[in-house]
Design a protein around this ligand. Structure first.
Ligand code: NAD
Length: 498
């Protein structure tokens, strides 16, 4: 059986002292083993990146951007292969994998504009014969640690921007679906990236901890679950590193009595069950204002859910695939059980899902739960499965309070025809990304992505303008070239223009 290795100094390296099984979730079978990096393998990747940094930093920005232009072309050319790798190990259907890849490519496109956004700021004559400017210098060697659910898009949120800004980057992708990231690492080399500027180590806590404690690593970007995000943030910042750590979510949709119900139901279906609900922006809670609208939405959802099709990633006609592992499937089923035990009503039950021909796959059918309350564990936790819960409240204020009280604040959305209500909602809701009649308000690549509360630890969001700031350090230079006949007097007070 093949072993999925690391990518260090432009070559695939196998450090197979420890390995871990990688599954094909659609069949439930082990497909490959992935090498789990030892501390010394990670240190080797760091040493190579440290050596590559000075010459990459000094490479003109337009040449760095040219690598990204070429990389974008190669991603497009190899799209089918990349989506196949995503499907095999993650289980998402090819049309969904294509959407993930496209969103990732848009981050590469944004990075291609580095010459423009790294231009800096200049002020002439801030004092007599004095000019001042700010420039944005790369940090050095930086690292990214990414989750299983977007094995290509989330790495693409990070490294194109880090690299185009002049940094060297080490990626530690999810050990559950590592092949697509390893494949695109090789495309970077083909695009002309010098060896050592990008490295990839597969692994677990040992690899992550080595990155967190290495003095050479200047900054850490993390995307994953909240407990690990918090650990990464506290450890990295205690070690003096810059850190952005994006965590989990519980995304609510408020359904106002005036909403267009067909639109609500269509978009809830895709946003709750797409990718098996394994998206940090998945809409997992519908908050209906009033029983009348709740009853209508549930009735329509119930009918529509019957028409959903789930199964293996390779069948394009499926709406969504399996969840990532058997252990995760059991966790999702446990939350559905707990909701039932705590008094919620299971309207559509996906617990007994079976797919003919793929009986061992990790499938959970679409599940709809009514009469959920805020004290239930299925409401408090992020389920990360194809489960949509409905909470009934009487007013918009109650709905907003519920959302504001939740520990997560990643995404949310309101369905309404009332502009005033929508404006009030977007102004006052304590959530980082808000949709108005938009179920998945994932910002485009030239904005930035980040939640509030325990969905993001750190000050800067991912990608877009915040990404450029995260991966650079401002330096401000103030300069005077006095004419030879001007001599400065002694001045002990703070210099001013008065
Ligand atoms: P995870 O936290 O289990 O793993 C994320 C990364 O951390 C992986 O690379 C993993 O190897 C590493 N890791 C796991 N345990 C570790 C430990 N004890 N010490 C050090 N490193 C460790 O997350 P996941 O299950 O892969 O991904 C799903 C989670 O990611 C969900 O909570 C989802 O909401 C979140 N997510 C958030 C965003 C966002 O932008 N906010 C985007 C995608 C996913």
């Amino acid at each position: 059986m093949d072993i999925i290795g690391h990518f260090i100094n432009g070559k695939i390296i196998n450090d197979a002292a420890r390995t871990q099984a990688v599954y094909n979730p659609s069949t439930g079978q082990v497909s490959q083993q992935v090498a789990i990096a030892s501390r010394s393998t990670v240190e080797q990747a760091i040493a190579v990146a440290t050596a590559a940094f000075p010459s990459w930093r000094d490479t003109p920005v337009i040449k760095r951007a040219r690598v990204m232009f070429k990389f974008k072309e190669l991603l497009e050319k190899n799209a089918d292969k990349i989506c196949e790798l995503i499907g095999q190990e993650h289980g998402k259907i090819s049309h969904d994998a294509m959407g993930e890849l496209q969103r990732g490519i848009e981050n590469v496109e944004y990075a291609c504009g580095a010459a423009e956004f790294l231009k800096g700021e200049f002020s002439k004559n801030v004092g007599p014969d004095i000019d001042s400017w700010s420039e944005f210098q790369p940090l050095g060697v930086v690292a990214g640690i990414t989750p299983f659910n977007f094995p290509v898009m989330v790495p693409l949120w990070m490294f194109p921007m880090a690299i185009v800004c002049g940094n060297c980057f080490i990626l530690k992708p999810s050990e559950r679906d590592p092949s697509s990231a390893l494949f695109i690492a090789q495309l970077l080399k083909q695009a002309g990236l010098p060896d050592g500027v990008f490295g990839l180590v597969n692994g677990d806590k040992e690899a992550v901890d080595t990155l967190l404690h290495a003095p050479e690593i200047q900054a850490i970007s993390f995307v994953g679950s909240t407990p690990i995000a918090e650990y990464i943030y506290t450890t990295a910042t205690a070690a003096g590193k810059r850190c952005q750590a994006l965590g989990g979510a519980k995304n609510h949709a408020i359904i106002m009595p005036d909403a267009d119900l067909d639109n609500v139901v269509n978009s809830l279906l895709g946003a709750a069950f797409g990718s098996s609900g394994e998206r940090c922006m998945a809409l997992s809670v519908a908050v209906a204002i009033g029983d009348e609208i709740a009853d209508q939405v549930i009735e329509k959802l119930q009918t529509e859910i019957k028409g959903l099709k789930y199964g293996a990633y390779s069948d394009q006609s499926n709406d969504f695939g399996p969840v990532i592992t058997q252990a995760h499937k059991e966790k999702v089923l446990g939350y559905i059980d707990s909701a039932e035990q705590q008094g919620a009503k299971i309207v559509v039950d996906g617990r007994t899902a079976k797919v003919t021909g793929f009986e061992d796959g990790f499938y959970v059918g679409p599940t709809l739960i009514d009469a959920v309350t805020a004290d239930m564990s299925s409401y408090k936790a992020e389920i990360f499965g194809p489960v949509l819960q409905v909470i009934r409240v009487q007013t918009m204020q109650q709905a907003m309070q519920l959302i504001n009280d939740h520990e997560y604040g990643n995404g949310t959305c309101i369905y309404t025809r009332d502009g005033e209500a929508a404006r009030y909602f977007s102004t006052h809701i304590q959530v980082g990304m808000v949709g108005i009649n938009i179920p998945l308000p994932v910002p485009v690549s030239y904005h930035s992505f980040g939640g509030w509360k325990r969905s993001l630890f750190g000050d800067l969001s991912a990608y877009g303008p915040d990404g450029a700031r995260f991966y650079t350090r401002r330096k401000t230079i103030t300069q005077r070239w006095p004419s030879t006949n001007i001599r400065e007097g002694k001045q002990f007070s703070m210099p001013t223009l008065n």
